[in-house]
Design a protein around this ligand. Structure first.
Ligand code: NAP
Length: 275
């Protein structure tokens, strides 16, 4: 079967990363189109990946099986309303990667009752190590779910959620989560430097430790709690550090931080929804 024709609306960082992953994974470049207002951006994408580029959103989607909306959330209303006439009478799969923009708003702005998948990728997708949560409307077929998965897998792993409200929690975990780990890395680096390690060595120790822990957690059959217990001997160094975290209320602090992010995501969803 011939691969679906995918058109990305917006050829910025996220589109470039997904296109790179798709082409590297064997998706034919001639079945991928991208629109972007900036000539340099179009030129870069065309020469690097061999994809078709254009500045005309409406014309670009005319023969698309899948339309990936990859513009900034604040531009979604205007871009969708402009695209609406080109979708009249057609039912391509719409995939939105715009953070925080709800399914209902996308459908309303596009005047569209066809299949839509709303996605929440995260920044590590830019280095093919991301994770994306997907939420389908009830018009999305099984084949279209597979297609949406193939596109977002170009940036890393994928999960499906079956309640759109969970997208706010996803935002508080994987969406904002990379910054939580960066913050912990910063604090560990400072603690190391304060105790005499050169900054470069401190940074490498911290980053490799974070990477190693994540890789062990991914590859092991044990959950993170068990992995933690396995490396914590009674009265040892790790126990001394973890006791300090507990005394400082780490679990409660993390819970409140995730809650604050999820709450903010819901507020932004209201604002972006244009209602
Ligand atoms: N980057 C991330 O880590 C990340 C994570 C999660 C979700 N996302 C979502 O992914 C989407 C894209 O993010 P990004 O980081 O790739 O942003 P970006 O680099 O700014 O890419 C957006 C692109 O869309 C172009 N554009 C602007 N108006 C357009 C129009 N009318 N038609 C077609 N293209 C247009 C922009 O061109 P100009 O630059 O010339 O305006 C830009 O090249 C956003 O909705 C964001 O919420 C991104």
């Amino acid at each position: 079967m011939e691969r679906e024709r995918i058109v990305f609306i917006g050829g910025g960082n996220m589109a470039r990363s997904l296109i790179g992953g798709l082409v590297a994974g064997g998706w034919p470049a001639e079945r991928i189109g991208v629109t972007d207002p900036t000539p340099d951006q179009r030129e870069r994408l065309a020469s690097r990946f061999g994809v078709t580029t254009s500045e005309d959103n409406r014309a670009a989607v005319a023969d698309a099986d899948v339309v990936v909306l990859a513009v900034k959330p604040q531009l979604m209303e205007q871009v969708c309303q402009d695209l609406a006439p080109a979708l009249a009478g057609r039912q391509p799969l719409i995939v939105s990667i715009a953070a925080g923009v709800r399914m209902e708003a996308i459908a309303r702005w596009l005047s569209y009752d066809g299949p839509i998948v709303r996605c929440m990728p995260n920044t590590p997708s830019l280095v093919q190590a991301g994770i994306t949560a997907l939420f389908p409307n009830d018009r999305v077929s099984g084949d279209q779910r597979s297609t949406a998965e193939s596109i977002l897998r170009a940036g890393g792993s994928v999960i499906w959620v079956d309640d759109e409200k969970l997208m706010d929690t996803v935002t508080g975990i994987s969406g904002s989560g990379p910054a939580y780990f960066f913050r912990i890395m910063e604090a560990m680096e400072e603690a190391a430097v304060a105790r005499g390690l050169p900054r470069e060595q401190a940074r490498l120790l911290v980053i490799e430790t974070a990477f190693g822990a994540a890789r062990m957690a991914l590859e092991s059959e044990d959950d993170p709690g068990t992995l933690r217990q396995n490396v914590t001997s009674k009265g040892g160094t790790t126990a001394a550090a973890l006791d300090t975290f507990e005394a400082g209320g780490l679990a409660d602090l993390v819970d409140r931080a995730v809650g604050a992010a999820a709450e903010r995501a819901a507020e932004l969803g209201d604002q972006l929804g244009g209602k």
